[in-house]
Design a protein around this ligand. Structure first.
Ligand code: SF4
Ligand code: SF4
Length: 445
């Protein structure tokens, strides 16, 4: 693609990078076929190629964002399916990140949109604030019919996470909160074979603390020392995708500083992430801070050490501790794992080796519509994608659904009664941890 940035504009490193990205695109449109939003609307501007043109026009002319550009870029899930498909290696993620920062600087959104985005940026990255917001959402639930659809989505999340569902006629299995069942330290070994830091996260500990618990149990049982570095929390991804660069960088810097101290103190073999959206962000810290003299080196070091939890588990000799009941698992491949980190088969292989029957999900490359804050900001598109995903999952009639991202868990759970758990909860169970599933005595109907 030809570009026409002025030399003065190219002096800006962000512009220079976007120029390189744009020039790599050969307009072939292969990416359009795998874009979830194009699939729904059939509008070229709701596909990656159309969005690339919109971003190019805006950035090249350095003009304020207009309503059309904002609408179609807002509708992008940042699922990165287009990057997996692109034969030319176009880094759509870095281009859309730049475009969103430009939008945030130059476009005045309607008041309700500004308020919603400010609310999400204030609440979501902080686990304490998020817990308060969930409690408030439950309290105002009786008035949900008069509330805007975006707020109703938050209420639905709060309701789903609180309700412990009984097994339905569709499934003989249900989820169990196994937190109290197994103390985290019970299997710790005296001599560690590795030392890793776990990203505690922000939304996940409030919604499903059992995911990090299962991770810690499994790793310690296999001789890995797990630390949670003081000062770590949100990785910054949620606000980063809203184009709010300053708070995103502030959160990332706090994490980088905390891990750098751990590296200096006891050394780290890996920094483990159990929410794959955060993993993609950590692996990109090196790029995000490439022009920051104080953080470039430290950020690159964090990116090199960042691992999805399944990558670290794959390097261990897993102990098969308990004979499992026959459980069929539909594996939902989170976009941030399969497209963002190129990790698609590894989690499935681990589940199979641990004794689960893993079912391939049709249209597995298509996003479930969660995408961080997307489900709250674009509820209509998000719901249509969730319905499509749930149809594909339910068609398999699995006992349970497994995935590697809290956003997908929350999103899919709103559309089905089939229990959904994190991959690591199943692996923990298979190697001696408590079962995250309650298996009913009656056979699967
Ligand atoms: S990131 Fe996903 S939604 Fe956005 S353009 Fe690419 S494929 Fe489409
Ligand atoms: S597949 Fe790649 S090169 Fe082709 S239009 Fe999409 S981004 Fe451009």
């Amino acid at each position: 693609m030809q570009t026409h940035f002025s030399l003065a504009r190219l002096a800006d490193p962000d512009v220079a990078d976007s120029d390189r990205i744009l020039r790599a695109c050969v307009h072939c449109g292969f990416c359009t076929a795998t874009c979830p939003t194009y699939l729904l609307t059939g509008d070229e501007l709701d596909g990656p190629r159309g969005r690339i043109y919109l971003a190019k026009d805006m950035l090249e002319k350095d003009r304020p964002a207009d309503a059309t550009t904002v609408k179609h870029l807002d509708r992008c899930l940042t699922c990165l399916a287009c990057m997996t498909t692109c034969p030319s290696g176009v880094n759509y993620m870095h281009l859309v990140d730049h475009a969103r920062r430009h939008i945030e600087r130059t476009y005045r959104r309607p008041l309700h949109d500004r308020l919603m985005r400010k609310f999400l940026a204030f609440v979501l990255p902080d686990a304490g604030r998020f817990r308060v917001a969930l409690a408030a959402a439950r309290a105002i639930r009786p008035f949900r019919r008069v509330l805007p659809v975006r707020v109703r989505r938050l209420l639905e999340i709060a309701r789903r996470e609180r309700t412990q569902r009984a097994p339905t006629t569709r499934s003989r299995v249900d989820t169990v909160d196994a937190r109290a069942a197994s103390p985290l330290l019970s299997h710790a070994r005296s001599t560690a074979i590795k030392r890793v830091a776990l990203l505690p996260g922000c939304v996940q500990p409030a919604l499903r603390p059992q995911i990090n618990d299962a991770t810690i149990r499994l790793l310690r049982r296999h001789g890995v020392e797990v630390v949670i570095a003081s000062g770590t929390g949100c990785c910054g991804a949620l606000v980063h995708h809203l184009g709010k660069e300053n708070p995103a960088r502030a959160q990332a810097r706090a994490d980088i500083d905390a891990w750098s101290r751990e590296i200096d103190d006891g050394g780290l073999d890996a920094i483990i992430v159990t929410a794959s959206g955060c993993g993609t962000m950590l692996k990109d810290y090196g790029f995000i801070f490439r022009n920051d003299a104080a953080y470039a080196h430290k950020a690159a070091q964090v990116s090199v050490l960042a691992r999805d939890v399944t990558e670290v588990i794959a390097g261990l000799a897993l102990e098969a501790a308990v004979p499992l009941p026959a459980v069929s698992v539909a594996y939902h491949s989170a976009c941030s794992l399969q497209h963002g980190q190129n990790l698609h088969t590894l989690p499935q292989d681990l589940l199979r080796k641990s004794g689960f029957t893993v079912l391939e999900v049709p249209e597995g490359h298509i996003c479930c519509g969660s995408a961080g804050t997307y489900s709250l900001l674009e509820p209509e598109m998000s719901t249509r994608l969730r319905e499509r995903k749930v149809r594909n999952l339910e068609a398999l009639r699995p006992d349970a659904i497994a995935t590697g991202n809290i956003g997908c868990i929350t999103q899919i759970a709103q559309g089905t009664d089939i229990p959904i758990v994190h991959t690591v909860e199943l692996l923990d169970w298979a190697t001696g941890g408590p079962s995250p599933l309650r298996i009913a005595a009656c056979p699967h109907s």
